[in-house]
Write a protein that binds this ligand. Structure first.
Ligand code: ATP
Ligand code: MG
Length: 551
């Protein structure tokens, strides 16, 4: 059974829900998410995360793995872009006429050109790892002995993206491959970037600067011959994340590697080898030296690559969680009333929820899910204190304030902040949906990207009491209510009120809202009825006075 990803359309979202609901007990555990189905749109992010348990092992059947990787791009991949996301069919057709290059083909052609000019050129790093794992690489990197100037001379369409680090982006057909000159990185006084780079003569020297052995592999583009100077093949086979060289030094140099180690371990279902994880623990607090934007981006990837639960458990075990998201670390041990939360404390509940985020989940949904109960530790009251049961009165308001602080700290965009805060702010409203007046319910489902609110609620229920009455009620309402009844055309405007003789002022918005409420309740259906309604509710006297006024 393929688990569908939460999709943007209401219909597909529903299907997704049913699939996951019906298969709750059979769902794969963290780190075993399956490739998302190709027949639906993924809201955001990159699709295609798989666990090693399902991966063809590259050693015994290398050619098949390679074929797999390529066929996704070339064959069945038609109509899907390089991230496994759907692209308009028009583009796929255009491709069949004047076939658009795949990222692999661009990387190959770059290697070809460099080699034909006497340079060394190899596929390097993450793309080699992914090819060997039978996964579609997110991006391709080429390592070469050509200097940046030589690369730029050979590829007029190139731009220096990290020219100071010897990295040139070659762009063609809307694709980009980064070409990096073999180098050694020297001095990391800011805890993130090398102070200087020294061009190296050989690929063997170059890979020593890379972070983990599985990311230090090289491959000939034409023969697929692998070059392994760091033991990456064995670690890939064994499912191990191991720092290249001395772990303490590598994490001291660049603190972002702390989060990258966790992300790769989660994404592939790998274990972090003891010396590497010990070093992560020792350096965890230094993660704050990395820019908030980079931390945010790493955490977003961790949440949306299909293994968020394992990722966050590793963050917790290494001390990184306390350093980057102390608000989430504080959820641990915060008990909940067992009648509503038989699963346990807020940390367990939150982990059960993020476990259900598929690869390619919407980042705002993922952050909303992570943060929805962040206000609980600060508002906890024991059964003894309340006299009946554990309560978290006001946890939504506190959670909203904490979420605003957190999104500011991690420099989220205004759009993302608004949606994440709205998800936290509204998550408890679902319990009242069956009692809501029609107008309140319609306004509720009109919230921007309401499908994310609904999905958060569904995950919330499935990760606790597992009752889905409210969820089903909302879905039924959405299915049975024509869109024009949920968002009907306006019956009156401010100008109409002016014409009716009302004086502009704060009352205007109150009147217009009341008219819309009556319309959403089905009490008024036409402009005439709306005007009568206003005159009945907001005073004829004012109106009559206006009528007497000369125009
Ligand atoms: P992803 O699939 O997320 O793109 P990746 O390993 O390809 O993972 P990139 O950021 O694309 O990651 O980097 C490409 C390669 O560059 C890595 O595989 C690794 O060899 C090297 N690299 C990237 N970031 C670092 C770093 N912080 N320290 C050392 N080497 C790095
Ligand atoms: Mg990459």
């Amino acid at each position: 059974m393929v688990h569908r990803t939460f999709a943007s359309s209401r219909r597909t979202t529903g299907q997704a829900s049913v699939d996951i609901l019906e298969n709750w007990d059979r769902r794969p555990r963290a780190g075993t998410s399956q490739r998302p189905n190709r027949d639906r749109i993924v809201l955001c992010g990159r699709a295609g995360s798989r666990s090693t348990a399902q991966l063809p092992r590259f050693s015994g059947d290398r050619s098949r793995n390679k074929d797999n990787a390529e066929s996704r791009v070339n064959g069945q991949g038609q109509g899907l872009n390089e991230f496994g996301l759907e692209v308009p069919i028009a583009r796929a057709h255009a491709a069949s006429h004047n076939r658009v290059m795949t990222p692999r083909e661009l990387a190959n052609s770059i290697c070809e050109t460099l080699r034909s000019h006497g340079h060394e050129a190899l596929l390097a790093g993450g793309c080699v790892r992914d090819i060997l794992l039978g996964r579609e690489p997110a991006d391709y990197d080429v390592a070469t002995d050509a200097t940046p100037a030589e690369v730029m001379a050979l590829f007029p369409e190139s731009v220096g993206v990290g020219a100071q680090f010897g990295v040139i982006a070659v762009q063609r057909d809307g694709l980009k491959v980064e070409v990096a000159t073999f180098r050694a990185d020297v001095g990391y006084s800011d805890g993130r970037h090398p102070d200087t780079v020294v061009y190296a003569r050989s690929a063997k020297e170059d890979v020593q600067r890379r972070d983990f052995t599985i990311n230090g592999l090289l491959m000939r583009h034409d023969t697929s011959e692998e070059l392994d100077y760091v033991g990456g093949q064995a670690d890939l086979r064994a499912g191990i994340i191991r720092a290249i060289g001395e772990p303490d030094r590598r994490f001291r140099e660049d603190k972002l590697r702390l989060l990258r180690a966790v992300r790769f371990a989660a994404r592939f279902g790998f274990t972090i080898e003891p010396a590497t994880i010990d070093a992560i623990r020792r350096h965890a607090r230094e993660i704050t030296q990395v820019s908030p934007e980079r931390v945010r981006d790493e955490l977003t990837k961790l949440l949306t690559e299909g293994a968020a639960r394992r990722g966050f458990e590793l963050l917790e075990q290494t001390g990184l969680l306390e350093a980057v998201l102390p608000e989430i670390a504080a959820l641990k041990g915060v008990e909940q009333p067992p009648q509503f939360h038989p699963e346990g404390d807020v940390w367990i509940h939150t982990r059960l929820m993020i476990e259900q985020l598929p690869a390619g989940a919407s980042p705002t949904l993922a952050w909303g899910v992570l943060l929805h109960d962040v206000g609980k530790p600060a508002t906890f009251k024991s059964a003894r204190e309340t006299g009946d049961r554990i309560r978290f009165d006001g946890h939504v308001d506190v959670g909203v304030r904490m979420t605003q602080d957190l999104t500011r700290r991690l420099r989220f965009s205004n759009d993302d902040t608004e949606q994440i805060v709205a998800l936290v702010a509204n998550h408890m409203r679902f319990k009242d949906v069956e009692q809501m007046r029609a107008s309140t319910l319609k306004r509720f489902v009109r919230l921007p990207r309401f499908e994310e609110h609904l999905e958060l609620h569904r995950l919330d229920c499935l990760s606790s009491h597992r009752r889905l009455e409210s969820y089903r009620f909302v879905r039924r309402t959405l299915a049975e209510t024509p869109p024009e009844q949920i968002r009907p055309p306006r019956l009156l405007t401010g100008d109409d009120l002016l014409d009716m003789g009302y004086k502009p002022g704060p009352l205007f918005s109150e009147i217009l809202r009341a008219v819309e409420d009556a319309q959403l309740e089905g009490q008024v259906k036409s402009e005439g009825e709306a005007k009568d309604y206003v005159q009945r509710g907001f005073g004829r006297a004012q109106c009559e006075a206006a009528e007497k006024r000369p125009r």
